[in-house]
Design a protein around this ligand. Sequence first.
Ligand code: ADP
Ligand code: MG
Length: 239
Amino acid sequence: MFNIYKLGKKFGDLDVLKSISMNIEKGEVVCIIGPSGSGKSTFLRCLNLLEVPTSGKVYYNGIILDADLDSKKLRREVGMVFQRFNLFPMFTVLKNITYAPIHINHMKKEAAKELAMSLLEKVGLADKADVYPATLSGGQQQRVAIARALAMQPNMLLFDEPTSALDPELVGDVLEVMKQLAADGMTMVVVTHEMGFARDVADRVIFMDKGYIVEEGPPEKIFNNPKHERTQAFLARVL
Ligand code: ADP
Ligand code: MG
């Protein structure tokens, strides 16, 4: 789905991504771990053109991602779930989910509503359709945000630390929804500090540090037998 070749990203003089090369296959779940400031979010944002790469090449299904590409169209196919859920506070839960399908995907109102209700069912919040986001817990809001992303019927989803803003007791329900999505075959790239999730759900774990992929492999290999000293040091701190 993605071919990434020597991707680099600078902000002025700050060299954030140095030379990232990797592929992401359809149906794959890739978890990205690494210290704060290592470029994980920037990398994700380069995959849906929230950031434009400054060097190297990123292809999505053969199409090159550059400043000329219609980023809105790309983001319909490559959805993103953020750490802060960014729900529209003045819309009900239902309208949060139906808004983009109706106004961007030109879906009929009734069909959008039906889809939204089935997605709310999926994330365990069918009874919350008519309430406003502020009345929900953070975990519930994040599950609505996931339903909202799914309502665009994306080909893949990017998650940037989707549980980092949540109280610990609310993390499990969100991870459960993500686990189900993975089991359904969704292609997912997940930046996370939830090592248990990465171990259980990822097909591949990427350890990033200082703008590079330091090490990657199946979770058993990264967690049980990390080769690189920096991976070992990071895991010793977080596990
Ligand atoms: P991570 O998600 O791994 O914590 P980020 O990708 O958010 O790392 O950030 C990597 C580095 O890039 C940090 O030093 C951060 O301050 C810097 N950075 C990120 N976005 C911008 C931006 N828009 N402008 C300038 N610097 C940025
Ligand atoms: Mg980040």
